[in-house]
Every structure is written in structure tokens, then in C-alpha cells.
Design a protein around this ligand. Structure first.
Ligand SMILES: CC(C)(COP(=O)(O)OP(=O)(O)OC[C@H]1O[C@@H](n2cnc3c(N)ncnc32)[C@H](O)[C@@H]1OP(=O)(O)O)[C@@H](O)C(=O)NCCC(=O)NCCS
Length: 184
């Protein structure tokens, strides 16, 4: 079995399941909101209906090719509704990945983003054998910067990034977490 075979992950309050097309409708609903897209580089706005469905097919293809597709749909344990997405974009070397996530605004502020991040980090280092995770958040995206800090990421600097779905550049805080730091 591939080391990237995706399990279902359970946390105290959340279930993370491998993202598929059956989760796309819920994800479309929150990714279409400006407050969700605003600080991201890759969520389009206006949002083309069905974008998450296309993404589900992309990750399915990546999984089939053993090239990643490391995306999870996040639901509260007692509910079927998908309230968030969390993913690891695997680097070409297969040893590191970039963490990304987005949640429905009605669940913001409940600690779900940190809880899910801690679960996927543990899976990435313990089970998938990755050596390093990176992440970036727009400097004005205070909630996301806080999520990364609370999940154990270390700030390594700032960068100017072209936000392709915003059509402009933005300043991002860059974060890193090495497996050996996480273990200590
Ligand atoms: C970023 C995002 C995932 C945070 O989700 P969340 O569910 O609110 O996160 P949590 O509840 O786990 O909160 C994490 C921390 O951020 C803090 N926080 C939340 N909103 C904040 C704000 N506007 N300013 C400062 N801190 C904030 C919380 O207080 C919490 O810290 P604390 O526990 O020390 O109080 C959510 O806002 C989101 O989906 N945004 C849209 C998509 C996005 O920007 N994704 C990230 C791209 S890099």
C-alpha cells in the first residue's frame, strides 16, 4: 500500500475523510463566499459553480498516480455536513508538502482549524513519512497565521506572492515545521 494511502482521521470533535466528489457541494457553498476566498491565492471569486467537483477529480487522479491528492473533507463528528477542507500539496521530491485549509464561516472561532491541522500534521509525519511541512498566510489573515502558530509551525520570514485568483501580489507570512521539531 502506498504511504500516501489516505485514512479517515478522527479527532476529539472532527472526522477527516479523503475528499471526493460527494463532498464538493458543501465545499462549493463556503468557498463561494468572499470572506473565505479573500486572503487565498487560489479560490476564485466570483466562484465558478462546480469548482470543488473539478478539484475532487484532480485529487482522485493524483491519488491514482501515487502523486498526492492529499485532501480531506472535515465534518463535526456528529454531523454529515462538510464544514472544511484541509490539504497537503506534495512537493515533487515527495518528502515535503504545503498545508492549506478553508472552513465555513459559521464554524470559525471554535478551534476546528487548529484541531484538524494537528491531525493532518501527525499523519504526515507519523504515517506518510514526510520530513517537512510549509505553509503561508497573508499578513492580514490573522486567524490563519494564528492557526499555523498554534499548530506548531515556526515563522521563517515573509514573501511577496502573486495571488493568481486575486490578480495582484500580496505579502505572506511563511511558516515551516520539520518532523524533528514536531517530535521534540
Ligand atoms: C483561517 C481560518 C481557517 C481560521 O479558522 P478558525 O476556525 O477561525 O480557526 P480556529 O478557531 O482554530 O482559531 C485559531 C486561532 O485564530 C484566532 N483568530 C480567529 N480569528 C481571528 C482574527 N480575526 N484575528 C486574530 N486572531 C483570530 C482564534 O482566536 C484562535 O486563536 P486562540 O485559540 O489563541 O484564541 C478561517 O478563518 C478560514 O477558513 N478562512 C478562509 C480561508 C483561509 O483564509 N484559509 C487560509 C489560507 S492561508
Amino acid at each position: 500500500m502506498s504511504r500516501f494511502a489516505l485514512p479517515t482521521l478522527q479527532t476529539e470533535r472532527l472526522t477527516l475523510v479523503p475528499f471526493t466528489e460527494k463532498h464538493a457541494r458543501d465545499v462549493d457553498r463556503f468557498e463561494a463566499l468572499w470572506e473565505v476566498a479573500r486572503y487565498t491565492t487560489g479560490i476564485p471569486h466570483p466562484y465558478p459553480p462546480g469548482d470543488a467537483f473539478l478539484y475532487a477529480h484532480e485529487v482522485a487522479l493524483e491519488r491514482h498516480n501515487g502523486a498526492g491528492g492529499l485532501a480531506f473533507a472535515v465534518s463535526p463528528r456528529a454531523e454529515k455536513r462538510v464544514v472544511g477542507m484541509i490539504e497537503l500539496d506534495l512537493a515533487d521530491d515527495g518528502r515535503s508538502a504545503e498545508l492549506g485549509y478553508a472552513y465555513a464561516p459559521d464554524v470559525w472561532g471554535r478551534g476546528f482549524a487548529v484541531e484538524a491541522a494537528l491531525a493532518i500534521i501527525a499523519w504526515a509525519f507519523d504515517r506518510a513519512g514526510l520530513d517537512a511541512l510549509v505553509a503561508s498566510a497573508h499578513v492580514d489573515n490573522h486567524a490563519s497565521c494564528r492557526v499555523l502558530q498554534k499548530a506548531g509551525f515556526r515563522r521563517v520570514g515573509n514573501s511577496t506572492t502573486y495571488m493568481h485568483e486575486r490578480g495582484k501580489t500580496g505579502t505572506f507570512e511563511d511558516y515551516r515545521l520539520m518532523r524533528r521539531e514536531w517530535q521534540s
